[in-house]
Design a protein around this ligand. Structure first.
Ligand code: UDP
Length: 378
């Protein structure tokens, strides 16, 4: 068993990874500012992991209450705050130290990053600097970083290997590239660092229980959560961005992977980092399979017995025709590959959305205001 810290662990990918780590016996501390995550999500993770009642024990702290001390503790805190980070590292009832950090905390909306670049550099880059300083103070040298296929830009290479040139095209992507560079420099600066840079393709779906899933703020920018909200009646119809791409049916092709496969990939990365000598590991996490927008839509319809209205509109600026991972290194280096199908993704995503049409909040208005540039998946 390992004691791990998850920054941003109350968000979509963090909460599913938290559950996977608890199920493999790890002890987990989470720090999250709830800007795109909630204590409710982790309460449900505690429930799914059988950790007993979930309790708020102070203004900034929640934990499960299973006999013998909790294996899950949540702190409300900001990764840019050394004080907040120290509080999480020093979580009193854990004894012993945090042996690894999984760093999910960050902003991820492309449009928003173009409107507010400084905020992106501050949270994504300064936040990682503060985290690395805190790791230094607490003697922790193992880190798994949430990177993104957005680093590859609009390449025509199919599938994309990790060796492809990095050419991000927006501030969100620049901050991910900057953090990868910074972590490479840190790994080279002193012996002992064990770092994994995990480049996600398109994580979607939800835990099959329907208890946890993606709960974007405002109007979803990404296809899958948008599709789910059309299915539940919260949005009227899907806009398909471009029907004239050079693909089989003219719509964009992406590499969708089930969020539980992604969560398990983090567990594998942690195992490999801890078992092997210090290293910097850079891996794509994707299925290696491409699916078009219409293919995803049809699979969602047939799997769930629904009909989803859509219209084909202009291409979205900055999009590419095809983005598919070459995931062979992840299989070779850590024995990981996706196991869940597109139909399972659609089934589980709908189980979550239909049981939680307003996400974790029961108070959200039925039709939230349409915001500019919200979620951007990977
Ligand atoms: N897409 C779409 N309508 C939407 C959102 C996305 O047609 O409302 C398309 C988009 O052009 C791309 C695919 O769906 O081909 C996946 O987009 P998403 O934003 O989910 O992921 P990313 O572009 O980051 O790969």
């Amino acid at each position: 068993m390992t004691k791990v810290l998850l920054t941003g662990g109350a968000g979509f990918i963090g909460s599913h990874t938290c559950l996977a780590l608890l199920e493999s016996g790890h002890q987990v501390v989470v720090i999250d500012d709830f800007s795109n995550g909630s204590a409710e999500a982790l309460g449900r993770v505690a429930e799914l992991a059988g950790l007993g009642p979930w309790r708020q024990t102070s203004a900034e702290r929640w934990s499960g209450a299973e006999p013998g001390g909790s294996r899950l503790t949540l702190f409300r805190g900001d990764v840019r705050s050394s004080t907040d980070l120290d509080r999480a590292f020093e979580a009193a009832d854990l004894g012993g130290g945090i042996s690894a950090v999984l760093h999910f905390a960050g902003l991820k909306a492309v449009g928003e990053s173009m409107a507010q670049p400084l905020r992106y550099w501050d949270v994504n880059v300064t936040g990682t600097v503060r985290l690395l300083e805190a790791m230094g103070r607490h003697g922790c040298q193992t880190l798994v970083f949430s990177s993104s296929a957005t680093l590859y830009g609009t390449t025509d290479t199919v599938p994309i290997p990790e060796t492809a040139p990095l050419q991000p095209i927006n501030p969100y992507g620049y901050t991910k590239a900057a953090v990868e560079r910074m972590l490479t420099d840190v790994a080279a600066s002193a012996p002992g660092w064990r770092i994994a840079l995990l480049r996600y393709f398109n994580p979607v779906g939800a835990h099959p229980s329907g208890r946890i899933g993606e709960d974007p703020n405002g109007r979803p920018n990404n296809l899958f959560p948008f599709l789910c909200q059309v299915a539940s009646g919260r949005r009227q119809h899907l806009e398909v961005f471009g029907g004239d791409w050079p693909t089989g049916d003219g719509t964009g092709v992406r590499d969708y992977l089930h969020v539980m496969d992604l969560a398990e990939g983090h567990g594998r990365a942690l195992d490999v980092l801890q078992a092997e000598p210090p290293q910097l590991l850079t891996l794509n996490l994707g299925s290696g399979q491409g699916h078009s927008v219409l293919e995803l839509l049809r699979t969602f319809e047939t799997t769930n017995g629904l009909t989803l209205p859509y219209t084909v509109v202009e291409r979205r600026p900055g999009d590419s025709a095809v983005s598919v991972a070459d995931p062979s290194q992840a299989e070779r280096r850590m024995g990981w590959r996706t196991r869940r199908s597109l139909a399972e993704i659609c089934r589980d995503g709908w189980a979550w959305q239909s049981a939680n049409p307003q996400g974790y909040s029961t108070n959200k208005p039925q039709h939230t205001p349409e915001l500019i540039g919200t979620q951007h998946g990977s």
